[in-house]
Design a protein around this ligand. Structure first.
Ligand code: F6P
Length: 326
């Protein structure tokens, strides 16, 4: 028998476009299922501090198209220790919350897993991160929007790179994963994509630049993931300039622009489906899992697996991008 009467929902870690669409879906599905909903502000830190308010259907009106998260987000140091988690548990029981839906990335699920284990408290996770690095879903909420933001920016940079015969080294986010770099690199026809999943050999890169120059390329784009072993855009530019002076180089670090903006249709739909599925899963008695979509099917993956088994990148795509950039 289902004993859940009231759920709490929070967003945690780096925000991602589509989080609001997920909140909307969670709140409205829960209300449809006669559950009460508490919106918890600023992730686990807000939970510890008791920052929450009751959410109704109208609380989530007009947010499906908005970037960021109306519940705000934070990375909580306090939740990493048992004293902080105890306070969080006390706030949940005091407010009669029977289950949590958390939207975030691997830090969020690591916290959720430990908390579940300590307090036997039901938690369901939704993958909300631009990095796309979670096992158990083909795409995370926010990834598609972030890529489209990168593509728009790189297209603009390409115009000026071409006018001035320059080589641009553009650094994109992704923490220790190269998904954003790889997909946006293919979409923009980047001459080279550097990702943490594949070792970067600078000598090879310089050889490639020399080779391309002979084929009358007068400008170029290198996309480097922030977690790449080359050390990032500044280091790549320094190494190129040391050994190669045919190209004038410029650096562009796209930064947090990648985390904002109105979510794409794809992110809105994904967030809506996963938000709906999270409540259905809870009511079926599931918990300790992340709800994701694989091959168009909604599936559940235990937190431990979604965190530990980092999704692998398709390195064949790197080779394809190399061929397409000759
Ligand atoms: O996890 C999302 C992300 O944007 C990463 O790509 C990036 O490394 C990190 O968050 C940046 O975090 P912050 O906004 O806390 O500096």
């Amino acid at each position: 028998m289902n004993t859940i009467k009231k759920i709490g929902v929070l967003t945690s870690g780096g925000d991602a476009p589509g989080m609001n669409a997920a909140i909307r879906a969670i709140v409205r599905t829960a209300i449809y299922e006669n559950l009460e909903v508490a919106g918890i502000f600023r992730g686990y830190q807000g939970l510890i501090n008791g920052e929450m308010k009751s959410m109704k259907s109208h609380s989530v009106s007009n947010i499906i198209q908005r970037g960021g998260t109306i519940l705000k987000s934070a990375r909580s140091e306090e939740f990493r220790n048992s004293k902080g988690r105890k306070k969080a548990y006390q706030k949940l029981t005091k407010n009669n919350i029977d289950a949590l839906v958390v939207i975030g990335g691997d830090g969020t699920f690591t916290g959720a897993r430990i908390f579940e284990e300590e307090y036997d408290f039901p938690i369901i996770g939704l993958p909300g991160t631009i990095d796309n690095d979670l096992y158990g879903t083909d795409y995370t909420i926010g990834y598609d929007t972030a890529i489209n933001t990168v593509v728009q920016a790189v297209d603009k940079i390409r115009d000026t790179a071409d006018s001035h015969d320059r080589l641009f080294i553009i650094e994109v986010m992704g923490r220790d994963a190269g998904f954003i770099a790889l997909r946006s690199g293919i979409a923009t026809g980047a001459e080279k994509i550097l990702v943490p999943e594949s070792k970067t050999y600078m000598d090879n890169l310089i050889r490639l630049l020399k080779h391309d120059w002979r084929k009358n390329k007068t400008s170029g784009i290198i996309i480097v993931a922030e977690g790449d072993d080359s050390g990032g855009a500044f280091e790549v530019a320094r190494r190129i300039n040391e050994k190669f002076d045919q190209y004038e180089t410029r650096i562009s670090i796209l930064g947090h622009i990648q985390r904002g903006g109105s979510p794409t249709a794809m992110d809105r739909v994904l967030a809506s489906l996963l938000g709906y599925a999270s409540i259905k899963s809870l009511l079926e008695g599931k918990h300790g899992v992340m709800v994701g979509q694989v091959n168009k099917e909604i599936i559940q993956t235990p937190f431990e697996k979604s965190i530990k088994h980092h999704r692998t990148i398709n390195l064949e795509l790197l080779e394809i991008s190399r061929i397409l950039a000759i």
